[in-house]
Design a protein around this ligand. Structure first.
Ligand code: GDD
Ligand code: MN
Length: 359
């Protein structure tokens, strides 16, 4: 059967909201629309998936995808859409904060006007942020201002997590998505080569009654990464930018430790060796946390990774020195030789550790 609408609901620790949401959706949508709900749960420790299973048994149009060892709202939503064959997709939170009653109106709008997108907005007409804490509203406003740089259209609520899109719009852009963090709507719009045809419909955000928000500091960080990836990321891979940033922090670590060790009366060679090892170790740890967050090595793998990182980076070091020396002999411009040596060395380290350490 060709479904009209797939409602994609990412969940993490929403146990008490799942069954209630499924009931509300059935009340709000009615019989005329052929729809399904796909929950995408990242193996929540609170047992959300068991609740999804109960709903799936009770209703024929509810199913769940369980992702193990993965986290991320945007990537969850993308995988939900990829698992569906409906003509349109709805994305909404699993915590009852989004108003399911406007879904039929959204579907009517997208079908009648042949739109790419219909966005539920808290900032048009009768829309409101409800009882959302004042500082959350401020953060949202600020994030909205930042987003104008990468969007080709003017939305009142680009931070919205409540929107509908056509399959066609999704398929045109799925290959270009960054899939980082929380802001899948922004990702979709910024990935599109042409400005999407859209309308915004107002809704009033409800208060969360069970469970808690996952909007933690890391979400802000991931938002900045998304903005970066959608701007300069077209020219320089985001991971490489992060790798270089970590490398620069390593230079500071190196100089700091060198300074301390020399003041502790170690010989220069010993001080330099200690500083080098410490800087490589701190680079490894930071890259493992930030640059390769999605492939983070833990337990025994952490130490194996560290060894391979040392190995790859010492070759990189050699490449850097040999090349810089060769260039310096050639043209005598010290900073150019030094810079090119460092750049080639980091590209080498990046390439090697990408395939050896975090493969
Ligand atoms: N699968 C999965 N994986 N789901 C997640 C993850 C994750 O890592 N993190 C959060 N979720 C789910 C939550 O369980 C919830 O159903 C939904 O994504 C939104 O998360 P909340 O933690 O409730 O976010 P919020 O209320 O602070 O913000 C939401 O609403 C805003 C207003 O529309 C988000 O959708 C924002 O993007 C949006 O701006
Ligand atoms: Mn929420």
């Amino acid at each position: 059967m060709q479904l009209d609408l797939s409602i994609i609901i990412p969940t993490f620790n929403e146990r008490e909201n799942v069954q209630k949401l499924v009931e509300l959706l059935h009340q709000a949508i009615g019989e005329k629309i052929k729809w399904e709900a796909i929950f995408v749960d990242d193996n929540s420790p609170d047992g959300t998936y068991q609740e999804i299973q109960k709903s799936a048994k009770a209703w024929g149009n509810v199913r769940g995808i369980r992702r193990v060892g993965r986290r991320g709202l945007s990537s969850a939503v993308i995988e939900g859409m990829l698992a569906s064959s409906a003509k349109f997709f709805m994305v909404m939170d699993g915590d009852l904060q989004h108003d399911e009653k406007i879904i039929p109106k959204m579907l009517a709008a997208i079908q009648a006007n042949n739109l790419d997108l219909v966005v539920g907005s808290r900032f048009v007409g009768a829309g409101s942020t409800g009882e959302l804490a004042a500082n959350r509203v401020k953060i949202s406003r600020f994030a909205t201002t930042l987003s104008q740089q990468i969007l080709k259209i003017k939305l009142t609520d680009p931070m919205s997590g409540f929107f509908m899109l056509s399959r066609q719009f999704f398929e045109q852009n799925v290959g270009r998505l960054s899939a980082i963090g929380f802001k899948i709507l922004l990702d979709l719009i910024a990935s599109s080569k042409t400005p999407p045809a859209f309308v915004e419909l107002p809704y009033q955000m409800r208060k969360r009654t069970a469970g808690e928000s996952k909007l933690e500091p890391i979400v802000v960080w991931e938002y900045l990464l998304l903005l970066l990836d959608k701007s300069i990321g077209r020219f320089i891979p985001l991971r490489f930018m992060m790798f270089v940033a970590v490398g620069l922090s390593g230079v500071l670590v190196h100089l700091g430790i060198l300074y301390v060790a020399i003041n502790l009366n170690y010989s220069f060679v010993i001080a330099q060796i200690i500083a080098t090892i410490m800087a490589m170790t701190s680079n490894y740890i930071l890259n493992n946390i930030f640059t390769y967050k999605d492939k983070r090595l833990t337990g025994r793998k952490f130490f194996q990774g560290l060894l391979s990182f040392y190995l790859a980076c010492s070759f990189g070091f050699l490449v850097n020195i040999l090349l810089a020396d060769f260039l310096f002999e050639l043209n005598n411009i010290w900073w150019l030789a030094g810079l090119l040596g460092a750049v080639v060395g980091s590209v080498w380290n990046y390439g090697m550790t990408k395939y050896i350490t975090w493969r």
